[in-house]
Design a binder for this molecule. Structure first.
Ligand SMILES: C[S@@+](CC[C@H](N)C(=O)[O-])C[C@H]1O[C@@H](n2cnc3c(N)ncnc32)[C@H](O)[C@@H]1O
Length: 218
């Protein structure tokens, strides 16, 4: 929903039963949540060829779908997350740990604030990187937008979250927030993981605690 300033106004999404599904948690009571400082990121109309873009965890705000529309195949293992989005993407309920696509299908795979949810389970994030690499064509790109979490050791909360302002190419400003089970994560964790799967960093942009990484498959 947009307000008069063309801004979307939403609190970080709530999710019930998160632990019952995949050990990830958005926030429950606000006093259980540790908020990092509000963050801001700009998502450009990034260059890619005209074939399908596979967006991992494409529910929620559907940011990549807002930028690239019909070119996007949005997968998410929660049907309601896909149903809640209103955009032109092709939406498929699918688990990123088991992508139902042939090897070397995509030139471009994206993950917008999705790896932070999967990273709470080390085995899952390994498997997801394996699957993404498998479905990428040689020379294909994996584009990641995500967040650095380095909570002080003294913090005793169940959930870590951030409000996020997303600047989109058409001038729309999407005000949202993402929260997940408390954990620490560095950008370098994903870079190392990617390297282990044959994905090299070709571009890196950091703004405060959010970042963009462009990986290329060897
Ligand atoms: C915060 S949302 C990502 C934000 C979204 N990309 C956007 O533009 O707003 C994270 C999504 O990842 C999904 N997800 C987490 N683990 C997944 C998995 N293994 N396979 C598919 N989707 C997954 C969750 O259901 C959730 O909808």
């Amino acid at each position: 929903m947009l307000n008069e300033n063309n801004e979307k106004t939403e609190k970080p999404e709530k999710e019930e039963n998160a632990d019952k599904t995949h050990d990830e948690a958005h926030q429950g009571d606000e006093d259980k949540v540790y908020f990092i400082a509000p963050q801001e990121i700009t998502v450009p109309n990034f260059e890619c060829d005209e074939s399908w873009i596979l967006d991992i965890g494409g529910g929620g705000e559907g940011i990549i779908e807002q930028v690239k529309g019909k070119q996007v195949i949005a997968i998410d293992f929660r049907q309601h997350e896909l149903e809640d989005t209103h955009n032109d993407a092709l939406k498929i309920v699918m688990d990123a740990r088991d992508l139902h696509f042939l090897d070397a299908t995509f030139e471009t795979v994206t993950a917008f604030f999705t790896l932070m949810y999967i990273a709470v389970r080390p085995k899952d994030i390994e498997q997801v990187f394996r699957e993404i690499t498998r479905v990428l064509k040689p020379g294909g790109k994996f584009l990641v937008w995500d967040v650095i979490f380095n909570p002080p050791a003294s913090v005793d909360k169940e959930v870590i979250a951030s409000y996020l302002k997303v600047n989109l190419p058409d001038g729309v400003v999407d005000q949202t927030g993402y929260g997940v089970k408390m954990h620490a994560q560095k950008m370098e964790d994903f870079i190392e993981l990617a390297a282990n799967h044959g994905l090299a960093v070709v571009r890196k942009e950091v703004a405060d605690q959010v970042y963009f990484l462009e990986f290329q498959k060897n």
